[in-house]
Design a protein around this ligand. Structure first.
Ligand SMILES: [Zn+2]
Length: 185
């Protein structure tokens, strides 16, 4: 991690809020995603004993390939399902640095994750759960997705990771290039 980015984590205020530990890890993953040329989003899964089960970051651009499903939550749930098949999902909480999108919202429901706490609100892209078909609404009724109660420092850093720490225009152009089949290394 570069020095400037590391300082953002290092200068965080000390807080007693239990979720701040997970907020820090989400932000760390988000910043690593930025450094790897991906969208600045990170996520972790935590169990009832407040232990970290797994962590992940956005990886839509890895090895110069575009992976449209490489969102942090998708990567995280891929790891859960591949590496922890015996884990009872009902005790898990998913923390993510940005409000889940439509795709990830659906995946979270299908993966049986009962609690999601996000840091930054994604006004243009976050899915609120409104307008779901009945079967999905039934799944959503058993899932609690809210903004995390954490120090505002982490909310602000999560917002920076997806905005000012990266050039969104460049990211958009890379996606458009991938769609055209002309993504350059
Ligand atoms: Zn997503």
């Amino acid at each position: 991690m570069n020095e400037q980015h590391a300082a953002l984590l290092h200068h965080a205020p000390h807080s007693q809020k239990p979720a701040d530990t997970w907020a820090r890890l989400c932000c760390e993953q988000a910043i690593l995603a930025v450094e790897h040329g991906c969208y600045g989003v990170g996520a972790v899964l935590v169990n009832q004993a407040h232990e970290l089960l797994c962590s992940a970051r956005n990886q839509v651009f890895v090895d110069d390939h575009y992976n449209s499903s490489g969102h942090a939550e998708m990567q995280l749930l891929d790891t859960l399902e591949a590496e922890h098949p015996q884990q009872d999902r009902s005790v898990l909480t998913l923390y993510v640095s940005l409000q889940p999108c439509l795709m990830c919202y659906g995946r979270i429901l299908l993966a049986g994750i009962p609690r999601v706490r996000y840091l930054a609100v994604d006004k243009p892209g976050g899915f609120t759960g409104k307008g779901l078909p009945p079967a999905w609404a039934e799944l959503a009724a058993h899932t609690s997705i809210h903004q995390a109660r954490v120090d505002s420092y982490w909310i602000n850093l999560a917002e920076q990771a997806i905005s000012t720490l990266q050039d969104r225009q460049v990211m958009r152009q890379r996606v458009l290039s991938a769609w055209r089949g002309t993504l350059q290394p």
